[in-house]
Design a protein around this ligand. Structure first.
Ligand SMILES: Nc1ncnc2c1ncn2[C@@H]1O[C@H](COP(=O)(O)OP(=O)(O)OP(=O)(O)O)[C@@H](O)[C@H]1O
Length: 299
């Protein structure tokens, strides 16, 4: 299922003295099976845009096409349930929305709303836990006895329990420690690779964009100022710096090295693993890396 925006604009509280415009003239496409990173400064409109991906907000101008459903300002709010099931959104700090007595009940809440029985709900919860790196022993525990990172995993399992085709993540690793961040990013990448899940990730971390995304959209003051492949966009480090968006650590380091040594890399290295490979290519007679050594440093 693709999601397409055509000339989308959005104004909060339109027609009131408090109206404020958040999105202008947005054209974009989230392709089925892609991993898109949505990047931009605070207030650039990322969260507002996300809410259009499953019709939580309807455009005040233009059209959003979600699969074969066309959403405009005139769309009736009825019959949008199916879209919400297909496009799951993990909002910032989703753990704040946990409320059930047990983890199993919390995860099964969505499916039960869609008619799953108590038994089916349990089965679904049991299947979801390993997807988010937890095991069956968590089923009957209270979500409020968990660490912050574990609570977030449970909340994400609740979104996955709806079996979405598209998973939308609004800064999902905010507030986690480096190990927790890495584990969570790898978990989403696993879902993307193994289940061909379409991912839309809002992030301020350019390293995450470089490591995982195949498409990148940059928002500024409610408009798309650039979109394309991360490798191409990161090529223009000067433009990114001028927008104070920064570049992945490997790109910054590669740029310094090129200047210092006065030579250019054949291909812009986006990750530290790619950087190591390219530097190694400059050094003659280096022993070849074993497959085992290589495995550990893909990202
Ligand atoms: N409920 C609201 N009512 C009125 N204006 C809003 C509302 N929510 C957001 N805005 C405004 O819309 C614009 C875009 O906000 P939005 O939250 O989409 O940005 P963002 O890029 O997600 O920011 P952040 O990175 O801080 O989450 C901002 O000017 C913001 O003040």
């Amino acid at each position: 299922m693709d999601i397409t925006f055509e000339k989308v604009g959005y104004t909060y509280q339109k027609g009131t003295p408090f109206e404020s415009r958040a999105l202008y003239d947005i054209d974009l496409m989230i392709k089925e099976g892609s991993y898109t990173a949505l990047v931009g400064h605070t207030g650039s409109g990322k969260s507002t845009l996300l809410q259009h991906l499953n019709a939580l907000s309807k455009p005040t101008e233009g059209t959003v096409k979600i699969g074969d459903r066309v959403i405009t300002s005139q769309t009736d709010n009825k019959n949008l349930k199916n879209i919400r099931k297909k496009v799951g959104i993990v909002f910032q700090f989703p753990e704040a929305q946990l409320f059930e007595e047990t983890i199993a009940r919390d995860i099964a809440f969505g499916p039960k709303n869609f008619g799953a029985s108590e038994e089916e709900g349990k089965e679904i919860a049991k299947r979801m836990l390993p997807l988010v790196g937890l095991d069956e022993s968590f089923m009957e525990r209270s979500p409020f006895d968990l660490s912050g990172g574990q609570m977030r995993r449970v909340a994400i399992a609740g979104v996955l329990a709806m079996d979405p085709e598209v998973l939308v993540l609004d800064e999902p690793t905010a507030g986690l420690d480096p190990q927790g961040r890495k584990e969570m990013m790898e978990m989403f990448f696993g879902l993307h690779q193994q289940q061909n899940m379409t991912i839309v990730l809002v992030t301020h971390q350019m390293d995450d964009v470089a490591n995982y995304a195949d498409h990148m959209i940059i928002l500024e003051k409610g408009t798309v100022v650039k979109q394309g492949e991360p490798r191409e966009i990161f090529q223009d480090a000067e433009w990114l710096e001028s927008k104070q968006l920064g570049v992945p650590a490997a790109v910054a380091f590669a740029g310094r090295l090129e200047k210092r040594l006065n030579r250019s890399f054949a291909k812009l290295p986006l990750t530290t693993a790619e950087l190591a490979e390219q530097i190694a290519a400059w050094l003659p007679n280096l022993p070849k890396q074993t497959a085992q050594e290589k495995g550990g440093e893909d990202r």
